[in-house]
Design a binder for this molecule. Structure first.
Ligand code: F0G
Length: 483
């Protein structure tokens, strides 16, 4: 990445690309946003994208493709079986990761389904640094359990630690001794760690953890969905790796694992997924699941156009200019808000900027969904859609009481190569205003509560008329926002 120096600024994160195709955004007038939020049942998943100005819900499947990725789509080879596109994709991944066998799948959770279906038995344990919702659900559905063994310091929201995703080796040893190595289905390391704020894991920690697993004969699995951000952090934060190229670091990481899988909705800037398997016999054992659940072995539920674009996307992931941008924008956003006093998860990680909602709206009890209320308020006060990551996303305890989340967060994702710095400044500005008016935000309660994954489709209502009062204050400050 070029070391651009500034005359009048300490540092400004830089877009290392130019915009060639655009999509017009729509900023609805303030009062209309209140109506849309009411119609969506105070659930940002239920908003229509056309009513959103800054969609920061996720980075999944919404990263910008490059000109070369789009161009590659034209020479995709359509075939049910034996598509040349598949062989090109397999060869590119082998070149980068050094793993020969590729099982294609339609997205990340499909890979998790296949891996869990094959290796997890009732009563078995899967060791993880931290879970992701879908990775855990596939294990528990099959009667297995997940042990999350991230170091305690990884869960401290405000911190300066460079690798909060690191797994605790002492906890791993104790877990293996307690459960018995033969009952551990596999060790899954997530690089970087989504649910604790996109926090990276160091190469050294991955090496030590996988060495330990190998001593006990335990299968090692890497979830590489967020690897591009993690590669960037290893390069800039891990002293012993700073002279290595991204390609060398990627290969060193892949060499540690028996299986590497990824959601290509994140890794590769497209849509799809894949499982890389080192062992030929294991590859053949897993093939059946692809043909049963995904599609034929040379597309696995993906469009060949997406696959062709991904081949270029994987190559672009090896470019420090490309993978630096999102983490640098996230750092800028986190640092600016942190300086202002907004409680943020620090240091900034990959994927997005994370607000500590439990502190931001500490007057809202967990049973009234502080993160859910904050994310709704942010849409009303700016047309910005974040994602609730707190008690609302949990399932109730068997006795019907709320399961209070250990962290209440709002995630503002930075899809890669999508937003500009001025849009980022706008988001920072609106979050600051909201922080200064946080006492106006109130709680939410369910009016329609689905039994499973209630956060996706549930409908809520405010516990008082706080949204009206908040919007009055907003309009007094910014006007009606009508052209
Ligand atoms: N693993 C990680 C680390 C993820 O972040 C995700 C998805 C998956 C697996 C599942 O992949 O969505 O392609 O099935 N994360 C998305 C998000 C949904 O918004 O963070 P998928």
């Amino acid at each position: 990445m070029p070391n651009i120096k500034f005359y009048d600024h300490a540092q400004i994160p830089m877009e290392m690309h130019k915009v060639k195709i655009v999509q017009k955004l729509n900023l609805l007038p303030a009062r209309q946003r209140l109506v849309k939020m009411e119609e969506a049942g105070y659930n940002t998943f239920m908003l229509h994208n056309g009513d959103i100005f800054m969609d920061m819900l996720t980075d999944s499947g919404v990263n910008a493709m490059s000109d070369n990725m789009q161009a590659a789509m034209l020479h995709a080879d359509d075939a049910y079986a034996g598509s040349e596109t598949f062989y090109r994709m397999r060869d590119k991944l082998e070149e980068i990761m050094g793993i020969k066998y590729l099982l294609p799948a339609h997205q990340g959770r499909a890979c998790e389904h296949i891996i869990a279906q094959h290796f997890v038995k009732p009563g078995s344990t899967v060791i993880m640094n931290y879970h992701f919702t879908t990775s855990k659900a596939h294990v528990t559905r099959l009667g297995g359990k997940v042990e999350e063994l991230v170091k305690d310091e990884g869960l401290v929201t405000k911190s300066t630690l460079p690798f909060k995703g690191n797994i605790d080796l002492e906890k791993v040893k104790a877990c293996i001794e307690k459960e018995g190595a033969e009952n551990i289905a596999y060790m899954r390391l997530e690089a970087g760690t989504n649910l604790i704020g996109g926090q990276p894991i160091s190469y050294e920690n991955m090496k030590e953890a996988t060495d330990l697993a190998k001593q006990y004969g335990i299968l090692t699995v890497l979830d590489a969905s967020l690897l591009q951000d993690n590669l960037y952090f290893i390069k800039i934060r891990e002293e012993s790796m700073k002279d290595k190229s991204i390609r060398e670091i990627t290969r060193m990481i892949a060499d540690l694992f028996d299986i590497v899988y990824f959601s290509a909705r994140k890794f590769g800037f497209g849509r799809g997924g894949g499982i890389l398997v080192r062992d030929e016999a294991m590859f053949h054992e897993l093939e059946d699941y692809v043909t049963m659940f995904e599609g034929f072995l040379t597309y696995g539920g993906m469009s060949v156009k997406e696959m062709e674009a991904l081949i270029i996307g994987f190559e672009e992931t090896m470019d420090m200019d490309v993978i630096s941008q999102a983490p640098q924008f996230i750092k800028y956003c986190v640092d600016e808000l942190d300086k202002y006093g907004v409680p943020m998860v620090t240091p900034g990680g990959g994927l997005g900027a994370h607000i500590n909602a439990r502190e931001f709206v500490d007057h809202i009890p967990s049973e009234q969904y502080p993160s859910g209320a904050l994310v709704a308020a942010l849409y009303m006060c700016g047309g910005i859609r974040g994602m609730e990551r707190g008690t609302l996303s949990e399932e109730r305890n068997p006795d019907g009481t709320e399961h209070i989340a250990s962290v209440e967060m709002v995630r503002l994702a930075f899809p890669r190569r999508v937003f500009t710095l001025s849009q980022t400044e706008y988001v920072i500005d609106r979050v600051k205003w909201l922080y200064d008016h946080r006492h106006l935000i109130g709680g939410l309660r369910f009016v329609h509560e689905p039994k499973t994954l209630r956060f996706f489709t549930g409908k809520l209502e405010p516990v008082s008329d706080w949204p009206q009062k908040l919007m009055e204050a907003y309009i007094a400050e910014f006007g009606e926002e009508i052209e």
